[in-house]
Write a protein that binds this ligand. Structure first.
Ligand SMILES: Cc1ncc(COP(=O)(O)O)c(C=O)c1O
Length: 438
C-alpha cells in the first residue's frame, strides 16, 4: 500500500503546526506511526479515502464520535448547502438558532433556555461561567474529561497528577494561571465518598458539580441520584457533560435514560454530524445568569452549525438512530470478546456500545495495539482499539470487519507467542497518554 502523499503531509504538518494536529486524538502517533495515513481526501458514508487514493472502511473513531449518522450524510448536507446558498452569515441573526433552542427544550422538557456555541470544550467553559455567575462562587467539583481550557487544566496545578485518572497522564498545566490553584477538584465516577469529601471541605464555595452521565462504566445504583441530591443540598449547579454520551444511545441526552435531571446539560460532537455546533441547555433562572456576565462571540451566530444540528436531530429521531447505534455497538463488543477467546487473546472490553473500546491485557499492549492497527489497515480498515458507531454502519460492515479481526487476532496471538510483535511493526509503537512531538 502506497501512502507516500499522506506521509509527506505529516512531515509538512510536523514542521508547521505545533503538535501536528488540532486534536490529540487524530494524531497519527496515537494509532500507528508511519503507517496510519493521518489525512483524508474524501469521506462518504462509512468510507474514507486517504491522499494517495486508498479506500478504507471506517471502523475506528468515526470523526471521534462527531459523525453520528455517517460521513457527508445527504440529508444534513442538503440542509447545509441550502444554508450556504441563502447566505451562511449576515448582520441579522439566523432563525435556525431559535428553532434549535426550541427543539432541544422540546426533547429535554426540564430545560427552558439555551445558549449555542461551536465546540465542546468552549461550551463547557460557558456552562462553568454561568454556574459561577449564578452562585457567585468559584470552586467546581468534577469527574472526567471536559476540554482543554484553564478552568479544567487548573486541576493539575500544584498536584502530582490530578487529571491522570480523568484524562491523560502527563498533562502539564503550563500556561494556566497559578491563581486558579484549588478551584477544580476531581472525584472519580461511582465514588460518592470522594465527592462527599470534597463537599465537606468546600461546601460554601462550590459553584458546580460537573460530570458525564456515563462514560466507561455503568453508574452504580443510586450514584447519579445521590450526586443530584448533593448538588441540590449544597446549592451547586449540577452540570452534565453530554458532549460524548449525548445522541449516542437515544435522541437526546443520555441522562434521560437514567431518569436524572441536571440543571445544565452540554452537547456538541454528534449534535451536528461533524459540523461545528454546541449547545448549553438549562433551567431558566440559572441560564439567565449568562446575562450578568459577558458571553458573546461572532462565529456563534453563523448559520451552518444550527442548520446541521436541526437536520441531524430530525433524521436521528425519525430513524431512531440511537437504537441502531446500540445494536451495531453490541455486535462489535460481542465480536471482540468472542474472537479474543477463539484466538486465545486476553482483552478488556468496555464503554457504552456505540462508543466501545478494548485493550490487550499484556505488558506490551501498546505494541499489540499498533500491530492491530497496522494489520487492519493492510486489510482496508481504519481500525483501532476504539470504535464509534455511525448510523451508516450496517450489519454487513460489522461482518466484514469481524472476519478481518478474526484473522488479525490469530496472527497477533501467534506472533506474541514467538515474542515477535515489535519486530513486525513498520514504525514505532503508538503513543500512550500525552507526549510532546519533536
Ligand atoms: C465529555 C467531553 N467533554 C468535552 C470534550 C471536549 O470537546 P471538544 O473536543 O469539542 O472541545 C470532549 C471531547 O472529547 C468530551 O468527550
Amino acid at each position: 500500500m502506497n501512502i507516500s502523499k499522506s506521509i509527506n503531509m505529516q512531515e509538512r504538518a510536523r514542521k508547521r503546526i505545533p503538535g501536528m494536529t488540532q486534536l490529540l486524538s487524530k494524531r497519527p502517533d496515537m494509532f500507528a506511526p508511519g503507517v496510519w495515513p493521518g489525512y483524508y481526501s474524501k469521506a462518504k458514508g462509512v468510507e474514507v479515502w486517504d491522499l494517495d487514493g486508498n479506500r478504507y472502511l471506517e471502523m475506528s473513531i468515526s470523526g471521534i464520535g462527531a459523525n453520528i449518522l455517517g460521513y457527508a450524510d445527504d440529508d444534513v448536507d442538503d440542509a447545509v448547502h441550502e444554508a450556504i446558498n441563502t447566505g451562511s452569515s449576515s448582520s441579522l441573526n439566523c432563525p435556525e438558532e431559535v428553532e434549535l433552542a426550541d427543539l432541544l427544550c422540546e426533547i429535554h422538557p426540564w430545560a427552558e433556555k439555551v445558549r449555542l456555541s461551536r465546540t465542546g470544550g468552549e461550551a463547557m467553559v460557558i456552562a462553568v461561567r454561568i454556574a459561577r455567575a449564578y452562585t457567585g462562587k468559584d470552586k467546581v467539583a468534577f469527574c472526567g474529561y471536559h476540554g482543554w481550557h484553564d478552568w479544567y487544566l487548573s486541576a493539575n496545578l500544584g498536584t502530582e497528577n490530578a487529571l491522570g485518572e480523568h484524562l491523560l497522564p502527563g498533562l502539564s498545566p503550563c500556561g494556566v494561571p497559578k491563581g486558579l490553584t484549588g478551584t477544580a477538584l476531581p472525584f472519580r465516577y461511582n465514588d460518592i465518598e470522594e465527592l462527599k469529601n470534597i463537599i465537606s471541605k468546600n461546601k460554601s464555595e462550590l459553584a458546580a458539580i460537573i460530570m458525564e452521565p456515563i462514560r466507561g462504566a455503568q453508574p452504580k445504583p443510586g450514584f447519579l441520584e445521590e450526586v443530584r441530591s448533593i448538588a441540590t443540598e449544597t446549592g451547586a449547579v449540577f452540570i452534565l457533560d453530554e458532549i460524548s454520551a449525548g445522541f449516542r444511545m437515544n435522541t437526546g441526552g443520555a441522562h434521560m435514560l437514567y431518569g436524572i435531571e441536571p440543571d445544565i446539560a452540554v452537547f456538541s460532537k454528534a449534535l451536528g454530524n461533524g459540523y461545528p455546533i454546541a449547545a448549553i441547555i438549562g433551567k431558566g433562572d440559572i441560564m439567565e445568569s449568562a446575562q450578568n456576565s459577558f458571553i458573546s462571540s461572532t462565529m456563534w451566530t453563523e448559520r451552518i452549525g444550527p442548520t446541521a444540528a436541526l437536520a441531524t436531530i430530525k433524521k436521528h429521531r425519525s430513524v431512531d438512530a440511537g437504537k441502531h447505534l446500540m445494536q451495531i455497538g453490541k455486535q462489535i463488543q460481542k465480536g471482540w470478546e468472542m474472537l479474543a477467546e477463539k484466538n486465545g487473546l486476553k482483552l478488556n472490553v468496555g464503554g457504552i456500545p456505540p462508543a466501545s473500546h478494548f485493550s490487550f491485557k499484556y505488558e506490551n499492549s501498546q505494541a499489540m495495539k499498533t500491530l492491530f492497527v497496522q494489520l487492519m489497515l493492510e486489510k482496508g480498515f481504519l481500525a483501532s482499539t476504539l470504535f464509534y458507531a455511525m448510523y451508516a454502519h450496517k450489519d454487513s460492515h460489522v461482518k466484514q470487519y469481524l472476519q478481518a479481526v478474526d484473522e488479525v487476532f490469530a496472527k497477533i496471538f501467534t506472533l506474541n507467542q514467538k515474542g515477535e510483535i515489535e519486530k513486525q511493526l513498520k514504525g514505532l509503537p503508538a503513543s500512550e497518554g500525552f507526549k510532546r512531538l519533536t
